[in-house]
Design a binder for this molecule. Structure first.
Ligand code: IYR
Length: 225
C-alpha cells in the first residue's frame, strides 16, 4: 500500500472458531426475528436509544469515507402528522388512483398494504434517511460523493440492525415521491430522501403477513465456489 497516515487496528476481536460458529448461529437466530410491522404502539422510546442507533449507522463503510447520509429523527407529533398527511396524499394516488399499475398492486396484495399510514403518527420515531450528492469527511466539504446509494443502503442496514438489537420494531417505508420530506425535515436541495424508517414498540395486536415470512433458502440465495 502507498504511504498514508494510519493507526494500528486495536479494537478487532478474535474469537475461538467454536465461539465464531455459535455467534454466527445466534446472530441469525436473532436477526430472523426482525419483521416489518405496520401497527405500532405509541409507547415512548428514549431519544438516547435513537441517538446511539444513528451513531451505529454512522460507522458504516462508505465511498471514500464521505459518509453521504443524514438521519432526521422525527419525534414531534406535529412533524409526524405532517409526514402522515403528505405521505397519504402520495399513497392514495399510488393505491386508489392506481398510479402504481396493476402488476405492482398485485405484487403488494399479499402484504395487505393500503393508503392508510396511521403508523406514521402512532410510532414514537420516524427516521428520514437522506443521501447527499456532495460532501466529504467533514460536514463543510463539497466534494463529489461516490457510491452514494450503496453507502446509504449499508448504513440503513446497520441502523435497522441496531434498532432491532435494542428491542425495537422497524418498518422501511417509501412513500413515492417523498420529496416532501425535505420540507418537513428542513433539508436542502442537495439531499434526497432515501427511505423513511419507522420505529418503536409493536402494537399488542401487530401481525406479520404470511407472505413476508417466506424466506429463500441458503441454496436459493448463495453459491460457494
Ligand atoms: N409505498 C407504498 C407501496 C409499497 C411498495 C412496496 I415495493 C412494498 O414492499 C410495500 C409497500 C406503501 O408503503 O404502502
Amino acid at each position: 500500500m502507498k504511504e498514508h497516515a494510519s493507526v494500528p487496528l486495536s479494537d478487532f476481536h478474535e474469537y475461538p472458531v467454536k465461539e465464531m460458529i455459535a455467534r454466527s448461529r445466534s446472530f441469525y437466530e436473532d436477526i430472523k426475528r426482525r419483521h416489518s410491522i405496520r401497527s405500532f404502539s405509541d409507547r415512548a422510546v428514549p431519544r438516547e436509544i435513537i441517538e446511539n442507533c444513528i451513531r451505529s449507522a454512522g460507522t458504516a463503510p462508505s465511498g471514500a469515507n464521505h459518509q453521504p447520509w443524514h438521519f432526521a429523527a422525527i419525534g414531534s407529533p406535529d412533524a409526524k402528522k405532517a409526514v402522515r398527511e403528505k405521505a397519504e396524499v402520495e399513497e392514495r394516488a399510488f393505491y386508489e388512483d392506481r398510479k402504481a399499475g396493476e402488476t405492482w398492486l398485485n405484487a403488494l396484495e399479499p402484504l395487505g398494504t393500503d393508503a392508510d399510514k396511521a403508523f406514521l403518527e402512532t410510532a414514537p420515531w420516524l427516521i428520514a434517511i437522506f443521501t447527499q450528492r456532495r460532501g466529504g469527511v467533514s460536514i463543510e466539504d463539497h466534494q463529489k460523493n461516490y457510491y452514494v446509494p450503496e453507502s446509504v443502503g449499508i448504513a440503513t442496514g446497520f441502523l435497522i440492525n441496531a434498532l432491532h438489537s435494542c428491542g425495537l420494531a422497524t418498518l422501511t417505508h417509501t412513500p413515492n415521491p417523498m420529496k416532501f420530506l425535505n420540507e418537513v425535515c428542513k433539508r436542502g436541495a442537495g439531499e434526497r430522501p432515501y427511505l423513511l424508517l419507522v420505529t418503536g414498540y409493536p402494537a399488542p395486536d401487530a401481525t406479520v403477513p404470511e407472505h413476508a415470512q417466506i424466506k429463500k433458502s441458503l441454496e436459493d440465495i448463495s453459491s460457494f465456489l
